[in-house]
Ligand binder design. Structure first.
Ligand SMILES: NC(=O)c1ccc[n+]([C@@H]2O[C@H](COP(=O)([O-])OP(=O)(O)OC[C@H]3O[C@@H](n4cnc5c(N)ncnc54)[C@H](OP(=O)(O)O)[C@@H]3O)[C@@H](O)[C@H]2O)c1
Length: 292
């Protein structure tokens, strides 16, 4: 099969990418720990089970790579996969990386460097996802449940991006196997405007009528929230510490990469909120539904 292996193919970004590629007539193999029985091109793939990797790669010439989620040390699992992809002559790997560098996670940077080192392979450094404001992300869960965002990020801004725009950028890089790789190996992907949590809360309130307030907390309390939501202690500490960097202004940046790659500007946060308005509506909550 000449086509694209989409790891994380059932996730927010991967599933949007699968739809875009299939819509363009590209053959897609959807990788999942629980492959769909009704999709002949679905394949079982588990980062924790290296025996599943060669079969997933066999016959494809392009790969969308979603590394192990919630890991501060992805390289030991991803490196043998990349070596196998090189051995099989995979022409293009597009790595879903992160603009935000997790503290104490050097192997994520090393992983991106190894992808960039291969001609034709590309790293997407994605900014914070707008989808974090939706369930099942802990931020989205709390907005829905309590009408609040708890953050240690202060008034720091992030160039929030809709995961569907990441998928569109990836599709532009993966759709055509014959496309010249070009010189650019690394794209910072952001939405059109950097927004603080206060800006985001005000936008949700404006478009849904649901009051959303921002509650300042410390990094340690944030880490405890992520642990309570099921993250490992190590990952919870790292993801909470990221808010220090946001507060210091390190994520306050936007790029034109989505427009450059797709020919279309990325979605605004207001558009995202309008599309998902019912997600936050108070009267959708079963326990409060009759109170209004
Ligand atoms: N959220 C953000 O703000 C943000 C910002 C920048 C970068 N990122 C990166 O984006 C990635 C997540 O992307 P997403 O939000 O599109 O995904 P998602 O919706 O969280 O879905 C996770 C995907 O990973 C797959 N997966 C989970 N465990 C796996 C395993 N052990 N082996 C193989 N596949 C596994 C799942 O597939 P199955 O369950 O079907 O196996 C699913 O398709 C992460 O690597 C994260 O670092 C996130």
């Amino acid at each position: 099969m000449t086509g694209v292996l989409v790891t994380g193919g059932t996730g927010r970004t991967g599933s949007a990418l699968v739809e875009l590629l299939r819509g363009s007539g590209v053959l897609v193999r959807v990788a999942s720990r629980h492959p769909s029985a009704t999709d002949p091109d679905a394949v079982r793939f588990d980062w924790a089970d290296p025996a599943t990797h060669p079969a997933a790669l066999r016959g494809v010439d392009r790969v969308f790579l979603v590394p192990p989620v919630e890991s501060v040390d992805p390289l030991p699992l991803v490196d043998p996969f990349l070596a196998e992809a090189r051995r099989l002559g995979v022409r293009r790997v597009v790595l879903l990386g992160s603009a935000i560098v997790l503290p104490n996670a050097p192997s994520a940077l090393e992983m991106a460097a190894r992808v960039r080192a291969q001609p034709g392979w590309v790293v997407l450094r994605a900014s914070g996802f707008m989808q974090n404001f939706l369930r099942p992300h802990p931020v989205g869960e709390r907005i829905r449940r309590d009408g609040e965002i708890r953050t240690a990020a202060g008034a720091g801004r992030v160039g929030w991006i809709d995961a569907r725009d990441i998928a569109a950028a990836a599709a532009a890089l993966l759709a055509d196997p014959g496309a010249a790789p070009g010189d650019q190996r690394d794209y910072l992907l952001t939405g059109p405007k950097a927004l603080s949590y206060q800006d985001a809360a005000a936008t949700i309130t404006a478009h849904t009528g649901r009051p959303v307030r921002v509650v300042p907390i410390g990094v340690d309390e944030q880490a405890a929230h992520y642990r309570a939501a099921g993250a490992s202690a190590e990952f919870a500490a790292a993801i909470a510490a990221v808010e220090d960097g946001i507060r210091a202004g390190r994520e306050d940046r936007v790029s034109t990469a989505v427009l450059d790659l797709t020919g279309r500007p990325p979605r605004t946060f207001a558009e995202f909120v309008q599309e998902h308005a019912t997600e936050w509506a108070e009267d959708d909550l079963p326990e409060r539904g009759s109170a209004r």
